[in-house]
Design a protein around this ligand. Structure first.
Ligand code: MFK
Length: 179
């Protein structure tokens, strides 16, 4: 990470710790409630710049025998670290994401993710997160995976060239939500 990073303030519009965060996009595979094939992750604000996310590891997320697929875990980190950027009040996209898979995660587990902004410079937002199993046969305080990600702030027009490809009508695009 660069040396000249700064931290954004926690804005007044952000929910109090424990408060639910809105979906950034109702059609999102990671969190959208208008996406039946999706992962239905949920998020809450934490202390300071921290955000928590939850994922129930469904049977269909299987990669190796009995364990979560690494790509699914990567989606979850992408999502929670992106949501940590919501304190900025505008949209971001992922530029770079790296995951360390530290322990096997059995199907049926409930994972809790904690993510935060570590610092930013210009449009670059450096984030990190870790995951623990909070329900299931191997639940405990052990960190089972970690992630670091670089997000870039973008203008809403970033998505304009994709407008013709949107699947259906989203009900909660970030920026018009109740946040
Ligand atoms: C708050 C809302 C909640 C959102 C939750 C969302 C969760 C899900 C998020 C996603 O999955 S988003 C979908 C996956 N990502 C994408 O589709 C992004 C595709 N890539 C792009 O559109 C462009 O490459 C990108 C906008 C990321 C950057 O292009 P730009 O032309 O806007 O930026 P530019 O290339 O000028 O780079 C700006 C700075 O970022 C740096 N940079 C860009 N990409 C980088 C990269 N991959 N790695 C390292 N640095 C990178 C670049 O070096 C430069 O650094 P400096 O300011 O120091 O000069």
């Amino acid at each position: 990470m660069p040396d000249d990073l700064t931290l954004p303030p926690r804005p007044d519009f952000f929910p109090a710790p424990g408060g639910a965060l809105p979906q950034h996009w109702s059609k999102c595979f990671g969190c959208g409630d208008d996406q039946p094939a999706g992962m239905a992750m949920t998020f809450t604000a934490g202390e300071g710049l921290e955000v928590s996310g939850r994922l129930t590891v469904a049977q269909r997320y299987q990669g190796g025998p009995g364990v979560i697929h690494g790509g699914i875990l990567s989606v979850a980190f992408d999502e929670v670290q992106g949501m940590a950027c919501m304190v900025l009040g505008g949209p971001v996209v992922t530029g770079h994401l790296e995951i360390d898979f530290a322990r096997p995660i059995p199907l049926g587990s409930v994972l809790e993710f904690r993510a935060r902004i570590d610092g930013m410079v210009r449009r670059k937002v450096y984030t990190s997160a870790e995951a623990r199993i909070v329900e299931g046969p191997t639940a405990g305080d052990t960190v089972v995976a970690t992630s670091r990600g670089l997000f870039l702030t973008i203008k809403p027009e970033h998505f304009a060239p994709m407008a013709d490809f949107v699947d259906g009508v989203p009900v909660s695009p970030f920026g018009t939500s109740s946040l």
